[in-house]
Design a protein around this ligand. Sequence first.
Ligand code: HEM
Length: 230
Amino acid sequence: MIRPLEPASEGHRDVRVWDPLLRIAHWSFPLIILMMWWTAENSKWALHRQTGLVLLGLLTFRFVWGFVGPKTARFSDFIKGPGTVLSYLKAGRGGEWTRIGHSPLGGWSTLVLLSVMLAQVSMGLFAGDPYDGMTGPLNALVGVQTADSITQLHETFFWVIAGLIALHLAAITYYAVKGNDLLGPMVSGHRPPLSGVAGIGPTPWVRAALAIMVAAGFAVWIAYGASPLT
Ligand code: HEM
């Protein structure tokens, strides 16, 4: 159930746009991606595997949060049809937007970024060579040759993610130049008031606790080999 929005703020109080858990998940992504890259470059495979499992937990949380979190965290709030995306692009609203949350274009970029990270983590689960070093926890489910191909794809795919992150940062810079500060709200959770637009309500902490338990439980289950699958 979506909580009702707070009444539109009177005066000039900032409105709440992003809940703290979404922001913690978001700011963990750059740190974890850097860590994954560094551990791979320096052959710290045990740490690489552990960090990947933390990323799996975070992504699982973010996907669950996309269904049970506050309004702006929900996929239903920001995944819009092609018509809406096209009219957003045609309106050239790079510098202003009349609602809180992701724009129609930002919504799709969110889904793409989350999905490519999930694809990368999923490949890592099967990657590695059991006769030659560290493997992902689900490596035993695939043959050695399949695992080898997955490992190669996992390495190459990093550059797809790096490219998308570069695009993400370029888009945020573009909006900043147009006068639309997206960074501040992703840090503080608040943005300056928009006429007639209310902020999100309080964080639904019970649903948050359940989402965290589901995500952590899933990541731990995978970490221990996803019994009885393996
Ligand atoms: C590994 C690097 C990063 C990844 C994978 C990433 C991913 C994402 C994702 C998935 C979202 C959607 C948030 C959500 O709904 O959960 C998002 C939004 C956002 N990110 Fe990042 N991010 C990264 C780095 C950064 C950095 C370094 C900055 C700051 C310069 C940044 C600034 C933002 C902002 C401002 C938004 C909100 C965009 C909007 O209002 O629609 N991100 N990012």
